[in-house]
Ligand binder design. Structure first.
Ligand SMILES: Cc1cc2nc3c(=O)[nH]c(=O)nc-3n(C[C@H](O)[C@H](O)[C@H](O)COP(=O)(O)OP(=O)(O)OC[C@H]3O[C@@H](n4cnc5c(N)ncnc54)[C@H](O)[C@@H]3O)c2cc1C
Length: 405
């Protein structure tokens, strides 16, 4: 198993909604398998910025906390039930093959578990290989230009382990501690799951969370708040402490590739890889899969001819919001590399004002939570009634100033 799959994986409510669209009853099946139901505005102790406490209330938004293997097993069971689908285990795609005359993708070459190399013809190849180079190699092999990429170098360092007998106060199921950027850079997540409490510590650059027992605990003690440390100081660790690193968020703009090949679609991390701290990657991938499902329902006689253009364009729109909420705020750290938008300072100040407002106003808090969970678009926060109140917040206290690079 990839080490990233041993790290805790949170599913946003918008990701669950997309999975429910693809597999009705998905959430119920997750719960039956042991996933923990989470109401984002009630079960999550959110610790961020200068705010001491947030509104806390139940509403009808729901998601689940579980280990990544549980999520994958549940998804796989659902997929295997599809009557027109055959799963071939243990194969590795070598490359995508195409028609030299038309430049269209026409199938794959792959190696079986036994080492045989075979080809599989296809009308549509979906490249869900994560960071895999399959689509990029095919574009190159067929003489096409590679996609433009937006990269934000974050150099994140993680360490995680599973604990039992955790003491998380006030019946919270999740504690999520984010640093007060840019002064602080350490954060942490503690999440109840089917196999215990998953704890995930995060640092940047040379500030890696240690993988020794004592080092892990002392790193937790130095987080911006003591919540996670207090919850685990007397707990029993059930697994080894696993490190992981994540160099950069990266968005490949395939929609801009002229003459993108018919019969080929990249999806998920193959298009955009998000900083894992914000827990968006699986949900963004699920929303793209849901978009593809809808596009394939179209009754056009030749829907494949427009599929790549429509999917890649709409996927860019789906990615824009989570990207703006994760990759852009990372730019507040001077050591983060990447092109800083001209309105970065304005954007970060708006976030700051909005955070203060949400701490006092349950309706704004709920809206912000819905946006973060990809249930509502980011633009709902630009509503003039909200923007004016954020402006008032910012005039009452000094705003943030971002050092020029
Ligand atoms: C440390 C860490 C923590 C994370 N935490 C979260 C979180 O809390 N919430 C969240 O939503 N996301 C999280 N993510 C992101 C999430 O893991 C990814 O965004 C998501 O898994 C992307 O799904 P995918 O299907 O595109 O790619 P992947 O999940 O990477 O799947 C790609 C699959 O393709 C296979 N593959 C690759 N090449 C080939 C080939 N040539 N032939 C056959 N198979 C191939 C791989 O083995 C893999 O199984 C985290 C990531 C990391 C690194």
């Amino acid at each position: 198993m990839l080490t990233c799959c041993k790290q805790p994986h949170g599913l946003l409510a918008g990701g669950l909604k997309a999975l429910e669209h693809l597999f009705p009853g998905f959430g119920h099946e997750l719960e039956q398998a042991g996933a923990v139901a989470i109401c984002p505005t009630f079960d999550v102790r959110f610790e961020f910025g200068e705010v001491d406490s947030w509104p806390r209330f139940k509403n009808n938004r729901q998601t689940y906390a579980m280990s990544r293997p549980l999520m994958e097993r549940t998804l796989r069971r659902q997929v295997e039930r599809l009557p027109n689908l055959l799963v071939q285990d243990g194969c590795r795609v070598i490359d995508i093959i195409g028609n030299p005359n038309t430049g269209a993708a026409t199938g794959i070459r792959y190696r079986t578990r036994g080492g045989d190399v075979k080809t599989l013809p296809a009308d549509l190849v979906i490249d869900a290989s994560g960071n895999g180079p399959l689509t990029l190699d095919f574009l190159k092999a067929t003489g096409r230009t590679p996609p433009e990429e937006t990269s934000i170098g974050v150099n994140m360092r993680y360490a995680s382990a599973v604990f039992r007998d955790v003491d998380l106060k006030d019946n919270y199921k999740v504690a999520y501690t984010l640093p007060n950027a840019p002064e602080e850079s350490r954060g942490g997540l503690l999440m109840q799951a089917e196999n215990g409490y998953q704890v995930f510590l995060v640092g940047r650059s040379n500030d890696s969370p240690p993988i020794s027992e004592g080092g892990f605990l002392s790193y937790a003690r130095d987080l911006p708040t003591p919540t996670i440390y207090k919850a685990i100081e007397k707990a029993t660790r059930l697994t080894e402490i696993i490190p992981h690193s994540f160099p950069e968020s990266r968005w490949r703009h395939f929609a801009g590739v002229p003459d993108f090949p018919r019969g080929l679609l990249p999806i998920g991390d193959a298009i955009c890889r998000f900083n894992p701290v914000y827990g968006q990657g699986m949900s963004a991938a699920a929303r793209e899969a849901s978009l593809l499902f809808d596009l394939l329902q179209r009754s056009d006689s030749d829907s494949l001819s427009m599929l790549a253009r429509d999917f890649l364009t709409e996927a860019e729109n789906l990615i824009a919001d989570p990207w703006a909420m994760s990759a852009i705020p990372d730019l507040v750290y001077p050591e983060t590399t990447g092109v800083r938008p001209n309105d970065l300072e304005q954007h970060l100040n708006f976030q700051k004002g909005l955070t203060r407002l949400a701490a006092r106003d349950a309706a704004i808090f709920e809206l912000l939570s819905d946006v973060r969970h990809l249930l509502k678009p980011l633009k709902v926060l630009e509503d003039p009634s909200i923007a004016d109140r954020v402006k008032e917040e910012l005039t009452s206290e000094p705003s943030l100033s971002v050092a020029a690079q």
